[in-house]
Design a protein around this ligand. Structure first.
Ligand code: HEC
Ligand code: HEC
Length: 321
C-alpha cells in the first residue's frame, strides 16, 4: 500500500467514524456497511500521518446500485456540458486539454497513447473499474492528488453514475455493468431471492452430462470473450488467458497482474472451486477485478467448465461418479 493510499484509507476511516457517530445520533444506520471492512486493515497506522484538517473522501454509495438505474442519455448530456471543453469521446478522437475518453472504462489508467498524463494518474495501477471511476469523478484531486484534471468533481451520486454509464457505452464491447449489491435494508429480500445452493445438483453430477461445445458458445454469449482468450499461448486482455486453467494454480497465467484476492487462494482450480467462482466471482474472491456477475444457470456453468477442461494438452479427468 503506498502512502497516498494509506492517507486515503485513514481519511476514509476518520470520515467513516464521524459519519457512523452522526448516523447513530440521528438514529439511522444507513452507512454501516463499509466502515468495518476498511477499519479492519488500518488500525495500526499512526494517526499522525492523517492529512491535517482536510476532510477525506466521503463514503460513496455503491456504484453498482446507481448504475442499475442510470440514464445514459442524461449522462451524455451532462458530459457534453461539463467535459467536452477538455475531452473528446469519439473513437480516435483527438486529445484536447484532456485525453480522448473512448474505451476508457476497463482500460488502464492513463489509457490514451501519447497523452502527457500526470504522474499522479499514471502511477495508478490496474484498470479503470466502475468503482474507481466513481471515486475519480466524485473528486479527481482526492483520488489522484496532483492530477492535471482541474475539474471539481460531480457531487450528485446519480449524475455521476449517469456519466459513468455513458462512458461505458463508448466501446466496441462495453464492459458488463456490475451486479447491484444488497444494502442492509434490501438484504433480506435479496437473500430470499438468491437461489439455494443446496438445491443445485453437485458440479460432479452436472459435469457428467455437460456439453463442452455449448460451453464454448456460452463463453461468447456470456461475454467471457470480451476479457479472456482461450487458445494456447493467447494474450491477456482485461483478464488472463484461460488455456490450461483447470487443475492449475489460482492466478495461473505467468506475468498477468492478478489481484491478491485471487492470487492468494491456495491450491489448484478444482471443478468445485471453478463452480463457486463462476457462480459469483465477487463472493468467491472479494476484491477480485473480474467484474462479471456470475453464471446463474448451473447447466451453463457446468458446460463452461467442461469447455475450460478441454483447453489442455491432457485434460484433467472428469470427477468420478
Ligand atoms: C479542465 C479540463 C477538464 C475537464 C473539464 C474534465 N477533464 Fe477529465 N481530464 C483532464 C485532464 C488534463 C486529464 C488527465 C489527468 C492527469 O493526467 O492527471 C483528464 C483525465 C480524465 C480521465 C482519465 C483518462 C485516462 O485515460 O485515464 C477520465 C475518465 C476523465 N478525465 C473524465 C472526465 C469527465 C467524465 C469529465 C466531465 C464530467 C471531465 N473529465 C472533465 C481534463 C479535464
Ligand atoms: C469484464 C471482464 C471479464 C469477464 C466478462 C470475465 N472475466 Fe474472468 N477474469 C477477469 C479478470 C480481470 C480476472 C483476474 C481476476 C483477479 O485477478 O482478481 C479473471 C479471472 C478468471 C479466471 C481465473 C484465471 C486464473 O488464472 O486463475 C477464470 C477461470 C475466469 N476468469 C473465467 C471466466 C469465465 C468463464 C467468464 C465468462 C463466464 C469470465 N471469466 C468473464 C475478467 C473477466
Amino acid at each position: 500500500m503506498d502512502s497516498m493510499e494509506v492517507n486515503k484509507a485513514i481519511a476514509a476511516v476518520l470520515v467513516a467514524g464521524i459519519v457512523f457517530f452522526v448516523a447513530g445520533t440521528v438514529g439511522t444506520n444507513l452507512v454501516q456497511e463499509h466502515p468495518l471492512k476498511t477499519a479492519a486493515i488500518k488500525i495500526d497506522v499512526p494517526e499522525a500521518k492523517a492529512p491535517a484538517g482536510q476532510p477525506g473522501p466521503a463514503e460513496l454509495p455503491p456504484i453498482a446500485n446507481l448504475l442499475a438505474k442510470a440514464d445514459v442519455g442524461a449522462g451524455e448530456a451532462y458530459a457534453k456540458k461539463a467535459c467536452t471543453s477538455c475531452h473528446t469521446f469519439t473513437e480516435g478522437g483527438k486529445a484536447g486539454v484532456g485525453p480522448n475518453l473512448y474505451n476508457v472504462v476497463g482500460g488502464p489508467h492513463a489509457h490514451m497513447e501519447g497523452f502527457a498524463y500526470s504522474a499522479a494518474l499514471k502511477s495508478k495501477t490496474g484498470p479503470w473499474t466502475f468503482d474507481e471511476l466513481n471515486e475519480w469523478l466524485h473528486k479527481p484531486s482526492a483520488y489522484a492528488p496532483g492530477t492535471k484534471m482541474s475539474f471539481a468533481g460531480i457531487n450528485n451520486d446519480q449524475e455521476r453514475a449517469n456519466v459513468i454509464d455513458y462512458l461505458h457505452t463508448l466501446s466496441p464491447k462495453p464492459e458488463p455493468l456490475p451486479a447491484p449489491v444488497a444494502t442492509p435494508a434490501a438484504a433480506p429480500a435479496a437473500a430470499n431471492a438468491a437461489p439455494e445452493p443446496a438445491k443445485e445438483p453437485s458440479i460432479d453430477t452436472m459435469l457428467a452430462s455437460a456439453d463442452a461445445a455449448s460451453g464454448e458458445a456460452d463463453t461468447r454469449k456470456l461475454g467471457c470473450v470480451a476479457c479472456h482468450t482461450f487458445n494456447e499461448g493467447g494474450k491477456a486482455g482485461i483478464g488472463p488467458n484461460l488455456y490450461g486453467v483447470v487443475g492449475a494454480p489460482h492466478g495461473h497465467m505467468a506475468g498477468y497482474n492478478y489481484t491478491a484476492a485471487l492470487k492468494g487462494k491456495p491450491g489448484p482450480w478444482t471443478y468445485d472451486e471453478l463452480n463457486e467462482w463462476l457462480t459469483k466471482p465477487a463472493a468467491y474472491a472479494p476484491g477480485t477485478r473480474m467484474t462479471f456477475v456470475g453464471i446463474k444457470s448451473p447447466k451453463e456453468r457446468a458446460d463452461v467448465i467442461a469447455y475450460l477442461r478441454t483447453l489442455a494438452a491432457n485434460p484433467e479427468p472428469l470427477p468420478a461418479k
